[in-house]
Design a binder for this molecule. Sequence first.
Ligand SMILES: Cc1ncc(COP(=O)(O)O)c(C=O)c1O
Length: 275
Amino acid sequence: MNFPSSIIKISDTLWVLDESTNNCYVAGNKIRKLNGIIPCPFRHKGILSFGSPYSSHLLACAWWAAYLKVSAVGVVIHDGQLNSKDYPHLRAADLMGMKLVYADNSDARDIISREKNTHQDFLWIPGGGHTIDGSLQYTQLFDDLFKSSIIDKRITQIVLPYGTGTTAHGIWVSAIKHGIKVIGVSVARSKSRCLDALKDVSPYDSFDMLHIEDKYHECYGKRLDRFEKRRSEFFEMTSILVDPIYNAVAVTHMLENNMKNVLYVNTGGALNNLL
Ligand SMILES: Cc1ncc(COP(=O)(O)O)c(C=O)c1O
């Protein structure tokens, strides 16, 4: 499937690749990653994966399963009581027909094994779509954008949120060929955990020009005033309301550091604006 995406020039120093427009209703980096992960023709009975209650990935899996007219099961990992109605992505995944199974961090491994065992004819997708095939989707997108000269020559750095790092890695593989630095702003993991996750999928073992900023990694899911202020500022500049969980953090980093000549990648997650 083709997922067209466009770059918008905001000023002489800021451009935005808006992945929240790459598909109607459920858009974003997870939809694009799955485009590389889901085989075509699809011969499985369903899709099985896991994520957090904020997960854009589970919603993207639910969308793909609905599109392919197969079943979907999502294991939601969360400690303590949870009402899926409080989480727009879970709610939408449920509406699209995904069966949600809940697990604490302590029993997640067992519950995932049980679900894998019960659904052996389902396609198993690692959390966040963290695979080299998912990452390659971003390398291809950026190779195409560079080839068609859509990326302005003044751009020296690309900024985006960093979860598992699949998206940042894919972009980096393309950007490094053009001498452009990639800055991934980690929302949940320390730098060493980010690097470990990268090494799980990458054919490379060193990552020059890929900078991982982890100073916000303990703030996952926290609606700090600082993030909200920068999210509003970015909205006034661009008319794009970024999601409060991932992009609000990366946008804060970019604006607080007064970064110039940036291509900002809005990775989607827009329904979390209903949180
Ligand atoms: C909206 C959004 N942006 C970014 C990310 C992180 O992407 P990646 O796992 O490719 O680093 C996620 C999910 O983890 C997400 O939901």
